[in-house]
Design a protein around this ligand. Sequence first.
Ligand SMILES: CC(C)(COP(=O)(O)OP(=O)(O)OC[C@H]1O[C@@H](n2cnc3c(N)ncnc32)[C@H](O)[C@@H]1OP(=O)(O)O)[C@@H](O)C(=O)NCCC(=O)NCCS
Length: 182
Amino acid sequence: MHFDETELKAKDGRTFSLRSLEGLDAEMAIAFMGRIYAQSPYLSRYADEWSMSVEDERLYLERAHLAERHLMIGTFAAGELIAIADCYPMYSVSKMVHRCNCSIAIDRAFHGLGIGTAMMKVLIEEARSVGYEQMELEVVSENAAAIALYKKLGFVACGLLPHGFKNRDLSYYDLLSMVLTL
Ligand SMILES: CC(C)(COP(=O)(O)OP(=O)(O)OC[C@H]1O[C@@H](n2cnc3c(N)ncnc32)[C@H](O)[C@@H]1OP(=O)(O)O)[C@@H](O)C(=O)NCCC(=O)NCCS
């Protein structure tokens, strides 16, 4: 899906630009995801498990850009990618075409500025406009910032999967399922 470049005004007065990602963003997207996996313990992989090639990422972003129901957006600070969020179909079978999943990650240096709220609002509006009826996600139950963001936007908790992630120190994280009716 395409989303035209728009200005995003942060809580501290800075402005960022937000737009859909395209194939030409592949190198920046790979570097961004590598950084974010190293920064956050709450994502589904470790940074050393991230090994996407530029060509594969380019194809992935191009496909999303051309797809009718897969939106990938990025926020840029002075041309640098500092956040990615996406919304994509759960499954293609007809009984589940009303459901989409979403994900979001913002560079630590830019947390707490309202960027997460602004990006999630874009995902929600665009998901609604292409006919999804509900948006779903799983979040580590200790990820207070993400859970606060989702609740603020109307997501409700609908289940807890014990031991959804097993960490390298052998501890576990439970995964909270949340859903937003669109
Ligand atoms: C979760 C995340 C996307 C939030 O993005 P953000 O841009 O910092 O969020 P916002 O500034 O829009 O804040 C949204 C709300 O979250 C809450 N919040 C933000 N930081 C918080 C914190 N550290 N603790 C508790 N609540 C917090 C506030 O309620 C805030 O609402 P308010 O603006 O009305 O006060 C960001 O922390 C992030 O990318 N984390 C790492 C990756 C991740 O965990 N992704 C989600 C995986 S499911």
